[in-house]
Design a protein around this ligand. Structure first.
Ligand code: ZN
Length: 238
């Protein structure tokens, strides 16, 4: 069992009818349901849950893996919360930024690059190729799978070279994209997963759900490592 916190901006769903139709209780509710069925201890929080967006010190201390969906209000996330999230990831908390979270404050902070990309929203077909089938996040998936309608994200995606590239997307319009990227930062594991535009039923897709379930398992910390830094006495006689 993994202690999972799903953080969602939860603005599009409340402000736009077409999004509310797809995710009436918010994107976080759909993700929470299938992770809950896995037996995980799942909690959800949103941007407007107080000045700390529901990500208080207690909540972060009790989180093994943090999922993040945001788009229109990245700037409204307080820097104090971003500091807290970054610190927790470096100390071993898992982090799974989804879709437009490529531009979220915590992801950009951890990557150190602009995280910019090309995009187009016409509801085109996306084919995701599993390019690293031995990776734990690819467990149980076929060689490739398709989403009928998605937003396009295209290269170049300005990220540092991932430690492992697990998924690569092809879009109907011709672009390609590194859509499943694994990183380590400090003791923490990060998995960026591309699909999940708010107007399409992507998070109801079984394959997408499998990827997110795998990412949660993979990103969960494996025991506490005691790290020592700073000035130390020699172990051997000098
Ligand atoms: Zn989008």
């Amino acid at each position: 069992m993994v202690s999972v916190t799903i953080w969602n901006e939860h603005r599009h769903e409340r402000e736009r009818d077409d999004v509310a139709e797809v995710y009436p209780d918010g994107i976080h509710a759909v993700i929470a349901e299938f992770l809950d069925e896995e037996g995980h201890d799942v909690r959800t929080t949103t941007l407007d849950e107080g000045p700390e967006h529901g990500l208080t010190r207690d909540v972060i201390n009790d989180t093994d893996v943090l999922l993040w969906w945001g788009h229109m209000a990245h700037d409204e996330v307080s820097d104090e919360v971003v500091d807290r999230v970054q610190e927790a990831i470096l100390a071993g908390m898992g982090f799974v930024p989804l879709h437009s979270a490529h531009y979220s404050k915590p992801f950009k902070r951890l990557m150190g690059t602009s995280c910019s990309l090309k995009w187009r929203e016409v509801g085109e077909r996306e084919r995701l190729w599993v390019v690293e089938p031995g990776h734990p996040v690819a467990k149980g998936l076929p060689e490739s799978f398709e989403l009928d309608r998605e937003e396009m994200y295209g290269e170049r995606f300005d990220i540092p070279q991932p430690d492992a590239l697990v998924f690569s997307s092809w879009f109907e319009g011709g672009e390609v994209f590194r859509s499943g990227c694994a990183y380590r930062r400090g003791a923490g594991r990060i998995f960026y997963f591309r699909p999940g535009h708010e107007t399409y039923p992507t998070y109801y897709d079984e394959m997408v759900q499998q990827v997110i379930k795998n990412a949660v398992e993979w990103a969960a910390p494996e025991g506490v490592v005691d790290e020592t830094f700073g000035n130390v006495d020699p172990i051997e006689d000098i």
